[in-house]
Design a protein around this ligand. Sequence first.
Ligand SMILES: N[C@@H](CCC(=O)N[C@@H](CS)C(=O)NCC(=O)O)C(=O)O
Length: 203
Amino acid sequence: MKLYDGGRAPNPRRVRVFLAEKGLSLPLEPVDLGALAQKSEAFTAVNPLQRVPALVLDDGAVITESIAICRYFEALKPDPPLFGRGALETAIIEMWNRRLELHLLFPISHVFRNTHPAMARMEIPQVPAWAEANKPRIEEFLGIFDRELANRPFAAGDRYSVADITGMVAIDFMKPAKLTVPEACTSVRRWHAEMAARPSAGA
Ligand SMILES: N[C@@H](CCC(=O)N[C@@H](CS)C(=O)NCC(=O)O)C(=O)O
């Protein structure tokens, strides 16, 4: 089994942090996104969408999509449970993970991809107006998330979960996108500092 990885890119990082929280390690195969290695013939044969991460199993089966890969390992090694246990907790974690993807990680990624000069060869065409349109959406969501975090320690409740991984990686990705968490979002800032202090955050 090996994991095609993308260095500092946020989605492969989500999987690495997840694996670290599970206490799992596996061989990484670096894909140099800066050199457009994801567009090579060899990698396109692995993932025709030309995106990382991608997990290749020993029998040749390929799993892409960060959360699908994480779910695979959750099923193999249920402890600690990062997608929740029981109907309600699982649904709440799913809800927050989706919210953090759709309303935070993806909009931040739109800002980065549509403004950063290095992304011009990957985001074709770059649409700076789409980056601008996403900025107030990010701020609005952070305000909502901040009010939620005022009442609980983790993104989806009392327990660390995959939603914390998505949220932490998204906030860290604000830096290269030249965005900052507003000063007023004190609960988001407190929560992020705690998540970033976990040993897994360095994975
Ligand atoms: N929905 C996918 C997104 C994968 C993705 O967009 N990966 C980025 C790196 S974070 C990538 O490979 N970008 C290469 C490109 O845009 O050419 C997932 O969750 O894994």
